[in-house]
Design a protein around this ligand. Structure first.
Ligand SMILES: Cc1cc2nc3c(=O)[nH]c(=O)nc-3n(C[C@H](O)[C@H](O)[C@H](O)COP(=O)(O)OP(=O)(O)OC[C@H]3O[C@@H](n4cnc5c(N)ncnc54)[C@H](O)[C@@H]3O)c2cc1C
Length: 483
């Protein structure tokens, strides 16, 4: 829905608003006001006004980060939802410039509108599990998808336009303002407002899904083998049932490889017979079962995947997901409220050769702490050599774990213990974790996983000496480093 709060005129709106992140609902924040610019020029005017008035600015896209990166207590929130236009499409080079608030489904739809019978252009990667996420948010968190041989999202970005702390609109690329390019990509909004980004596209292709059941000890080897044979995407979704012997130890390995255009059964122009898909109702049931009957949830999910072995998908459309709005409402009210709360995600990284060891350690830790795993998957990532503070410091295995969190003092303390324990388990194997999802990591863990953090914060002072761009997450970092 479009916001009614535009930034125009010569004064800042002064209507405070309670905002929160969409998925965990654990970051309620009272912002001083919210503005929703419609253009880069509008953003510049607003930044200059806020700066002159001595205000602090935070910026939000889809509000799915869960560590308070997009909010600031009593800050002025720049809401990018009205920045949703395509600015330029270059069908020759496969480049598209979009405003930073554009969401993935709009972009996928636009590109499908330009597709030819042979394919056309498609996005390279997006997040899984949720679509109403912005391009600005993707760049600021330097996200990744299910690509088997892809570096994080920065590698898909040709250049972007940034409103700096001095209120200038500048171009950032690998040649122009290169340091700011490397800081704002993965910089969580602390180095300026991204107004638009030019993305590199990939040829739109039809892919065939291959589904196998494998153990954790051969998941990486199988994914790498399928990638070497041409598969472009894939993951390993493991068993979430902590009562089962193979909890986190075996799962569904799916890979996606281009269909031979000459293959009459599934080439580019082939029409699919009724596709086996999970409906929103199926997803609702799965989420419910993942809380209350994990065995049933996992068995149902496995059956669904096995039934889709061999099915074909377009390389952009298959990256879209069903996100059940208010996904936790039925669970909050069912089972006498015993599973009330929400989910928090964590992403851990380990050397690929250590995946099975990590999953064994994680299973022991999560069982010992009585944690409820709602979903988990493993993907591969290639090393990021472009951002100042990369999370993909190596070509790692990425382990995503969604845990249920009870919204109480006790529930949050338990979550902190579990997530912090998982970070230590990854560190012990030479790995790391993703900054996007929570504020549980302590100074020691932050500095071990992000050794550039102090330099990153020093450069923040160089580019934004007045701390115009702030967030509750930024204050947490400063606090931890002072401790
Ligand atoms: C269900 C779910 C599934 C997810 N799956 C994945 C996944 O598969 N892979 C992955 O990598 N991540 C994943 N994530 C994390 C998600 O990609 C990030 O949180 C991402 O930043 C969300 O985009 P957003 O538009 O919601 O950003 P927001 O949450 O609104 O903002 C995130 C950060 O970006 C900054 N920001 C937003 N817009 C701008 C702008 N225009 N200029 C400057 N800074 C800006 C904000 O200040 C904040 O620091 C998932 C999250 C959820 C809840």
């Amino acid at each position: 829905m479009k916001s009614e709060v535009h930034c125009s005129g010569s004064t800042l709106p002064a209507l405070s608003e309670l905002v929160n992140d969409k998925h965990s609902r654990l970051n309620p924040t009272l912002v001083k006001s919210r503005v929703a610019p419609v253009s880069a020029g509008n953003m510049v005017d607003f930044v200059r006004m806020a700066r002159a008035a001595g205000e602090k600015i935070c910026v939000a896209g889809g509000r799915h980060a869960m560590g308070g990166q997009q909010f600031l207590d009593r800050g002025i929130l720049v809401d990018t939802s009205n920045l949703d236009k395509v600015l330029h499409f270059d069908g020759e080079q496969g480049l598209i410039e979009v405003q930073a608030g554009m969401r993935w489904p709009q972009l996928v739809d636009y590109l499908r509108g330009t597709a030819t019978t042979g394919g056309g252009w498609a996005i390279r990667q997006k997040q899984t599990g949720c679509d109403a996420l912005s391009i600005g948010g993707a760049l600021s968190a330097n996200i990744h998808g299910r690509g088997l041989r892809q570096a994080p999202f920065v590698s898909d970005v040709e250049e972007f336009k940034l409103v700096t702390a001095s209120g200038e609109l500048i171009n950032c690329s690998r040649r122009e303002n290169a340091e700011l390019f490397s800081l704002a990509a993965g910089g969580y909004g602390l180095f300026g407002l991204i107004a638009s980004a030019t993305l590199r596209l990939a040829p739109r292709r039809r892919l065939r899904r291959r589904v196998e059941m494998v153990g954790a000890d051969c998941a990486v080897a199988t994914l790498e083998e399928r990638a070497a044979a041409g598969a472009s995407h894939g993951d390993f979704q493991f068993n979430i049932d902590d009562q089962a012997d193979d909890f986190l130890q075996s799962g569904i390995l799916s890979t996606y490889a281009p269909v031979d255009p000459d293959d009459g059964a599934g080439g580019d122009t082939a029409v699919q017979s009724p596709r086996k898909e999970l409906s929103e109702e199926d997803w609702r049931e799965l989420i419910y079962l993942a809380h209350c009957d994990k065995k049933k949830a996992y068995d149902k999910y496995v059956r669904h995947y096995q039934n889709t072995d061999g099915q074909t998908y377009w390389s952009d459309v298959f990256q879209l997901s069903t996100y059940v709005e208010n996904y936790h409402a039925a669970i909050d009210h069912g089972h006498g409220g015993r599973h009330a709360g929400s989910e928090l995600i964590s992403e851990l990284y380990v050397p690929r050769s250590m995946l099975a060891v990590f999953l064994r350690d994680a299973a022991a830790l999560l069982r010992a702490q009585g944690s409820s795993v709602i979903y988990g998957t493993v993907r591969l990532i290639e090393k990021d050599t472009e951002t100042f503070m990369p999370w993909a410091k190596e070509s790692w295995a990425c382990i995503v774990l969604n845990l249920h969190v009870e919204h109480s003092e006790q529930g949050l303390a338990a979550a902190k213990k579990s997530f912090s324990g998982l970070i230590d388990a990854a560190i012990a194997l030479g790995g790391s974790y993703y900054l996007t999802y929570h504020r549980f990591a302590q100074r020691r863990q932050l500095l071990t996983c992000y050794p550039q953090l102090e330099a990153f914060l020093r450069l923040k002072q160089v580019y934004d000496p007045q701390d115009l761009y702030m967030s509750d997450w930024y204050l947490y970092l400063l606090n931890e480093l002072r401790s």
